[in-house]
Design a protein around this ligand. Structure first.
Ligand code: UFG
Length: 344
């Protein structure tokens, strides 16, 4: 069966980055279909996607590790490429429950790749992370920096990257785009979809947003004695809308290339570093609300600075981030203030 070049499967397509990418792919003329087990996403997102795009969403509720189901789904929709978002992403949880992470992130990907192989669909965009750089020796980080891991979550991302490299060696028909995300934040400008972490947010921006909206009293700033301009940690925050466009560019590059075309591994970041206090100030500005904070000891495993050199993505994919920190905060605030309890 020949595939439909517009048909793209999004595993984890109901999640934070998956849902924004869904919208961007529809706007670029693709027909994305979603596979999600809703283990870390909310079914209410589907109606929001329909409101934004004005068309029905095709979504199957199933674990990505159900090989036979995924193979049948790939064939049923004549899928040309898969964007694989379905993975767990909490560093702390991965330390406490490593097997949950190896099973879903590594086992899930083995199953997905087997299903793709059986369905003759060998084009994949993979959600990796700047976590594969461990504690970088310097910044900005280019893709040829040495990789390492400091927790099971990071290890699963590295194992998946290695698995994809091995697969390409075994069969050059595989075309793989590995996207190493820096710190995705913000929300769709409609305020209809956004990040909805369950429980207490681990990440900075959703925590700041929940303080601003009054759900939490105060932000804990983990360390102000780093070797950075104001002593707090510096990260490369990237608007989820820019990240979504990065997936469109990556899918296009692989699909336009034909079988056996060039694979790539690229950073998706802005190239700019912002400190924790920069984010607090920008969020106060965007929301008009105070964000009280207290300085706490460093969080274990954190690095002082982490930001991308995004030049390779621009060169290979013609992609670059265009949104500022002010845009990220304004859109995160619109989502948070319109949906104070998330999708509930
Ligand atoms: N921070 C706080 N208070 C908080 C949360 C975070 O001060 O409540 C600080 C952190 O110490 C760090 C910065 O805000 O300096 C960003 O922290 P995040 O948790 O938002 O993001 P990280 O850079 O630690 O983690 C992200 C991803 C991980 C990934 C890691 C490395 O969430 O999945 O980048 O790439 F592993």
């Amino acid at each position: 069966m020949t595939s439909n070049p517009n048909s793209i499967l999004l595993t984890g397509g109901a999640g934070y980055i998956g849902s924004h990418t869904y919208v961007a792919l529809v706007e670029a003329g693709y027909n994305p279909v979603i596979l999600d087990d809703f283990s870390n996403s909310h079914p209410a997102v589907l109606a929001r996607l329909e409101r934004i795009t004005g068309r029905p969403v095709v979504c199957e509720r199933r674990d990505v590790a159900d090989t036979a189901f995924v193979q049948a789904m790939l064939q049923r929709h004549a899928v040309a490429a898969v964007v694989h978002f379905a993975g767990f992403k909490s560093v702390g949880e991965s330390v406490a429950q490593p097997l949950k992470y190896y099973r879903n992130n590594v086992g899930g990907m083995v199953s997905l790749l087997q299903a793709m192989d059986a369905a003759n669909c060998r084009t994949l965009v993979f959600s990796s992370s700047a976590t594969v750089y461990g504690d970088p020796a310097s910044v900005p980080i280019t893709e040829d920096f040495p990789t390492s891991h400091t927790n099971p979550y990071g290890h699963t991302k590295l194992v998946c990257e290695d698995m994809l490299a091995a697969l390409r060696t075994a069969n050059p028909a595989w075309q793989v785009g590995v996207l190493r995300y820096f710190n995705p934040v913000g929300a769709h400008p409609s305020g209809l979809i956004g990040e909805d972490p369950s429980g207490i947010p681990n990440n900075l921006m959703p925590y700041v947003a929940q303080v601003a909206v009054g759900r939490r009293p105060c932000l804990n700033v983990y360390g102000n004695d780093y070797a950075t301009p104001d002593g707090t940690g510096v990260r490369d925050y990237i608007h989820v809308q820019d990240l979504a466009q990065g997936h469109v560019a990556a899918s296009q590059a692989l699909l336009d290339d034909g079988e056996g075309g060039d694979s790539f591994t690229v950073n998706l970041g802005t190239g700019k570093g912002h400190s924790v206090l920069d984010v607090v100030r920008a969020f106060e500005q965007a929301s008009g609300r105070p964000v009280p904070y207290q300085i706490m000891p460093r969080r274990q495993g954190d690095v002082a600075q982490c930001y991308a050199d995004p030049a390779l993505a621009q060169r290979l994919l013609g992609w670059r981030a265009t949104h500022s920190l002010a845009d990220m905060c304004a859109d995160a605030w619109r989502w948070q203030s319109q949906n104070p309890e998330g999708y509930e």
